[in-house]
Design a protein around this ligand. Structure first.
Ligand code: 6SG
Length: 210
């Protein structure tokens, strides 16, 4: 029995970074995919702390909130630099930045896609802070913090990949981020996952906009 169970909708949404982390770290997990029809019945929603998915189990431990789950996996699998308090705080800075941009992206996708996409894409200064972050660590040749991958790197990678779908040229003027994506994507287990039908055929967002 895999120790982890993830209950979520049949979209990449807020769980793909988790799946990328688990795959890349050689972990297995059980996925329970909830259709809209099942969700609309209401009993699962009523059982969830905030009435939302994902819901996650690590053995007996039940968690909600995608970032809390990523951070828990970070602690459990040595992807949080818990040896260094300062590095852990810096990782939170990265991850909270990813969360802020993810919220803007979700707002665009679900509430303003047609009217807002052009402006969102044009104002692509939103990715610049992550270029700056990389430049401040090992000249951009490593990860967001330190020289080992962290939970925040998987979250950032997912964010960058979905932005490349939204605007294929969004990294063109950001050389360190471009190289970062080019370096992470071919990690052997991740490469297989990113090419798998499981990932490729899973819509990014529930409304099919991307
Ligand atoms: C939405 O927002 O797909 N969870 C979502 N929606 C259902 O009833 N801060 C936390 C976190 O980081 C945010 C959780 C997140 O974990 S994910 C959720 O549970 C609800 O509120 C994106 C997504 N949404 C659309 C969707 C399809 C089928 C069920 C949810 C639309 C909403 C309900 C039915 C149709 Fe639907």
């Amino acid at each position: 029995m895999p120790p982890y169970t993830i209950i979520y909708f049949p979209v990449r949404g807020r769980c793909e970074a988790m799946y990328m982390l688990l795959v890349d770290q050689g972990q297995s997990w059980k996925e329970e995919v909830v259709t809209m029809e099942t969700w609309m019945k209401g009993s699962l929603k009523a059982s969830c702390l905030y009435g939302q998915l994902p819901k996650f189990w690590d053995g007996d431990l039940t968690l909600y909130q995608s970032n809390a789950i990523l951070q828990h996996l970070g602690h459990s699998l040595g992807l949080y630099r818990k040896d260094l308090q300062e590095a852990a705080a810096l990782l939170d800075v990265v991850n909270d930045g990813v969360e802020d941009l993810r919220c803007k992206y979700i707002l665009l996708i679900y509430t303003n896609y047609e009217a807002g996409k052009e402006e969102y894409v044009k104002a692509h200064t939103y990715l610049k802070p992550f270029e700056t972050l990389l430049s401040q660590n090992e000249g951009g040749q490593a990860f967001t913090v330190g020289n080992q991958i962290s939970f925040a790197d998987y979250n950032l990678l997912d964010l960058l990949l979905i932005h490349q779908v939204l605007a294929p040229s969004c990294l063109d003027s950001l050389p360190l981020l471009s190289a970062y994506v080019a370096r992470l994507r071919p990690r052997p287990k991740l490469k297989v996952f990113l090419a798998s039908p499981e990932h490729v055929n899973r819509p990014i967002n529930d409304n099919r906009k991307q």
